[in-house]
Design a protein around this ligand. Sequence first.
Ligand code: NAD
Length: 248
Amino acid sequence: MGLLAGKKTLVTGASKGIGRSIALKFAKEGADVAFTYLSSVEQAQALEEELAAFGGQVLAVRSDASDFEAAQGLIAESLKAFGTLDVLVNNAGITKDNLLMRMSEEDFDRVLKVNLNSIFNTTKAVIRPMMKQKAGSIINISSVVGVKGNAGQANYAASKAGIIGFTKSTALELGSRNIRCNALAPGFIETEMTDRLDEATVQGWRDGIPMKRGGSPDEVADACVFLASDMSTYISGQVLNVCGAMLT
Ligand code: NAD
């Protein structure tokens, strides 16, 4: 039996990258999986088929994570399909990098809205049903940049640091209801996006990591399976770095 057998799960922003790996690992471990996507309709359809092949229930919802009302609708739709929700993974995220000198107010606000407000939006909607069932695991995808900061990413780092404060506060507020809330802080994870970058630049990043390589989306997804599963029932309010010792 899989580590997540019978669990009802929701992953935001799963059409590609880390979210896609999380959705696939969840389904492989026996979970029913709802996932969201925004613009990648074909990729979402392909993922839906791949997930269904594992035999569990699958729900694909086109939903903008930064939209509060849409998030309330998303949780309601997932609950209607699955009956309950045991696990919520807030993965959807964007970057709009620039030096502060050149960063527009619009780019600052947009990154905060998609990366941080989105977590408030879904968490707010999911805690009531989780409180009722006296169980739940919420996993928020932060970043090592949220702990450490990064030149050229003030908006992104602020959003990812905000996620950590939100995660710890949620864990403190809802611990007595047996709702756990943790953050994952990936380091440099190689996705389709990094495949498109100049090889010499990427190699330079790899060389700066103690383990001398970038991580894979599957390695983040494995940590996510752990936090979603009953292997971590006494772990809450924590930030788990998945970064090859980039940040110790
Ligand atoms: P990605 O761009 O491949 O995937 C991001 C996903 O979020 C996509 O599926 C996209 O459609 C979705 N998304 C974006 N805006 C959305 C919105 N408004 N509503 C709904 N969905 C939306 O990126 P990734 O590398 O897989 O990143 C996934 C998460 O991991 C992000 O939160 C990112 O900040 C975080 N992260 C990534 C790295 C890395 O090195 N790749 C490192 C640390 C943290």
